[in-house]
Ligand binder design. Structure first.
Ligand code: NAD
Length: 329
């Protein structure tokens, strides 16, 4: 069978990637999806194992730093597009071990870009390198203002610096080698399938196990949350209708101080499970070095130009997330 598009999705066994792969394999039977993932500690291939039976899907375990492997994929499949998510994604790990982040997030991205240079020799308007990035590249905001697509890059952690660098390389390949590219910078995702090291799953797990919930500093850092399926919908719209060479910010306008978010989760779980006083488990710990104070995304561009808007309220998204973790932890 010949497919309309052959899309290489990297990091498709991770939190966001697993939702994206499921959505594309199910919604676009005319696309063939190649999921390349190293299966690091952060991955969860089990949640998409059922896709192995689908005729438009192939999973390859491998490293984006492995040039030979990437070349072999381009030789085996007529890949037209890459949606690049594979990354080391945990800021705390990047503080302990920055080199792993430089390797995967920067060198791995450049390896993929090099493959497009080698294999996309005949420029086609259908070829696209879509880089999935983060709002953390913009650094930290004070109490007011929002990140727009015009905000300057000012990363503060090795993680955000590596993602910023990857974005710069994607743009540079676009300008220098005429590569069609799009970059989107999204705010903090939450939802099912996220690794338990991240704030929301860690909070749910610790409440369930009656362990302390560590909160950095005074808990007053502000994050702008988006339910993962709203991000997936934005990626789909950008992939199909986004303008090549453009950047899109994605956020759902859900700014919350970490402490307020954790307290809300405590209340929701107490209500669901009949427990009480989960808030007593909260324990303040020494702040993360270089901790960004506030992230807040201005999504006007994607909303007005591509007609995207988030569908999940924070309340609804948290309910779905908590229900999934209570069943799957
Ligand atoms: P994740 O850590 O859950 O998943 C990352 C996946 O990449 C894992 O399955 C892992 O096995 C794979 N991977 C890591 N190194 C690899 C390598 N060298 N070769 C091949 N695969 C490798 O991360 P996530 O939260 O799903 O994030 C996905 C992407 O979205 C990342 O690029 C991240 O920077 C970006 N992003 C995440 C968020 C968020 O809030 N989670 C927000 C904005 C952007």
């Amino acid at each position: 069978m010949v497919f309309d598009k052959y899309i290489l999705i990297t990091g498709g066994a991770g939190f966001i990637g697993s939702h994206l792969v499921r959505s594309f394999v199910s919604n676009y039977r005319n696309y063939f999806i190649i999921n390349l993932d190293k299966l690091t500690y952060a991955s969860n291939i089990g949640v998409i194992q059922d896709l192995e039976k689908k005729p438009n899907y192939s999973f390859i375990q491998g490293d984006i730093c492995d040039v030979k492997l990437i070349n072999s994929l381009f030789e085996k499949f007529p890949i037209n597009a890459i949606i690049h998510l594979a990354a080391e994604s945990h800021v705390d790990n990047s503080i302990k071990n920055p080199l792993t982040f430089i390797n995967t997030n920067i060198l791995g991205t450049v390896n993929l870009l090099e493959a497009t240079r080698k294999y996309w020799v005949k420029k086609s308007k259908n070829n696209l390198f879509y880089n999935i990035s983060t709002d953390e590249v913009y650094g930290s905001l004070g109490k007011k203002g929002f990140f727009t697509e015009k905000s300057s890059y000012s990363p503060n952690s090795p993680y955000s610096a590596s993602k910023a660098s990857a974005d710069h390389f994607v743009r540079a390949y676009g300008k220098t080698y005429n590569l069609n590219f799009i970059i989107s910078n999204c705010s903090n995702n939450y939802g099912p399938h996220q690794h338990q090291e991240k704030l929301i799953p860690m909070t749910i797990k610790n409440i369930k196990e009656k362990k302390q919930i560590p909160i950095y500093g005074k808990g007053d850092s502000v994050r702008d949350w988006i339910f993962v399926l709203d991000h997936i919908n934005a990626i789909d719209i950008i992939f199909h209708n986004g303008q090549h060479g453009e950047t899109y910010n994605i956020g759902a306008n859900n700014e919350l101080e970490n402490i307020n978010l954790v307290e809300e989760i405590c209340e929701l779980i107490d209500k669901k499970t009949g427990t009480s006083n989960s808030k007593d488990l909260i324990s303040f710990v020494t702040d993360r070095p270089g901790h960004d104070m506030r992230y807040a995304i201005d999504s006007n561009k994607i909303m007005s130009q591509l007609n995207w808007k988030p569908k999940y309220s924070m309340q609804k998204g948290l309910e779905l997330t908590i229900d999934w973790y209570l069943q799957n932890l």
